[in-house]
Design a protein around this ligand. Sequence first.
Ligand code: GLN
Length: 544
Amino acid sequence: MNQTKYIFVTGGVTSSLGKGIIAASLAKLLQARGYRATIQKFDPYINVDPGTLNPYEHGECYVTDDGAETDLDLGHYERFLNVPTSQANNVTTGRVYLSVIEKERRGEFLGKTVQVVPHITNEIKERMQLLGKSGDFDIVITEIGGTVGDIESLPYIESVRQLLWELGEENAICIHLTLVPYLAAAGELKTKPTQHSVKTLMESGIKADILVCRTEHELSDELRQKLALFCNVKKEAVIQSIDASTIYDVPNLMLEEGLDTVTLKKLGLPEKNTPDLKNWNEFLQKHKNPKHEINIGLVGKYVELQDSYKSILEAFIHAGATNETKVNVISVHSEYLDAKTAEKQLKGLDGILVAPGFGNRGIEGKIDTVRYARENKIPFLGICLGMQMAVIEFARNVLGYADANSSEMNENTEHPVINLMEEQKNIENKGGTMRLGAWKCSIKEGTLAHKIYGSSEISERHRHRYEYNGKYLNELQNAGLIASGINPDTNLVEIVEIKDHPFFVGVQYHPEYKSTVANPHPLFVSFVNAIVKNKTNRLKSQTV
Ligand code: GLN
């Protein structure tokens, strides 16, 4: 077996430079040249995983097939590469320490004093090489969260230094991402912050092999020369990463800059074929030249932060391109919406998505939204909590159970149409204990869900504690809320839908996690398609 090659991506100057997108774009190019590449992220915070983090703090929590609650960058990796990630692709300081402390408690360190160096760094190094040693990958890209110089990042930076030394320069390199700011008053791009951040990296014993410079303006030849000289890298290894209108342009921009070729050269790997980006560019072509335009309301309570619903927004981009449609997602705060204002706030929307979420805040607004979409025949998709709200709305307004609710919101309701899953009842710890990851679902023939998936057996990713209460199945079905998807082992209802509606579907799982550029999710594709058709029909009937 050939030696796996390692690429470490560090960041300097400031956070939010888009390390995840650069890592994903480089991996895409390497994959398109015929290499098996994967990306992993090491995060410096103490939470064992981001599952316990408020989406306001850290953006969406992404979920993998194997049920890991992970950083949202793993979503980008999957969307770009179309290869599933797993728990091994995301490690936090909390997870590293937890595992070292558990080993200490088991007596595995045989009386030694347990220290950051070597015990924590050894644990990090082991985990950094886990996917590489699986034999499944030629190249492993490791993104180090945070910014060099941060106290929290130090053990990671030291581990990278050791690995670069141990693996040798042909087998491991460091790509450093920095910012080259533009000072409008001086009319100049400034290299000093980059010089300082490369110096900080050097103080930890790491020499950057490649510099990726985020910039608002083109880097001149002269400036690249200057950066090369002062940062100790070859000029061809100074890569410009100019602001792009869409993240999906970045692989092409990196190709133009030669990020992939300079990387391969440093790692002593052949360039193989020129990257095959045919499908990728077809997607971009459609994304940039839409024939239709629709407005979808995203009703949720974390709408202030775009990253909270990252995968949903990206899934709409994929589905929009498939349908040659520009999808404008309009955020609607569920907390400031009620039966009286629903009409005013939701009028003019061509489709409505009720978002996932936890807790009481804003749920009545979500229920009023479902009612508005159901009664006014506006295409509707409810995801996780959104599906649960659709069941509650139906029980309240069609079955007439005015107090119907989820026991998450009201433990004493007489009609808990959504209740806590049996296996959740004795769980006390909050972290990593939900129903997580991929579960099978059987779809009834003749339903809308069956038409959408074109299959009777699917697998989707979950993250929830509450479920559709099977006691109400007959009543709800007889009144018209069809349970079209059911888990074959537990009988849990995973999909509900309504007939005689342009599109009304609620899903207990998260389809957005599985939508990629290469495989836009069928549910999003059909939802967008139904909205376009519905809108066209509506406009036609208005002009007749
Ligand atoms: N709060 C709900 C539950 O735990 C829904 C979760 C979600 O939307 N991800 O079941």
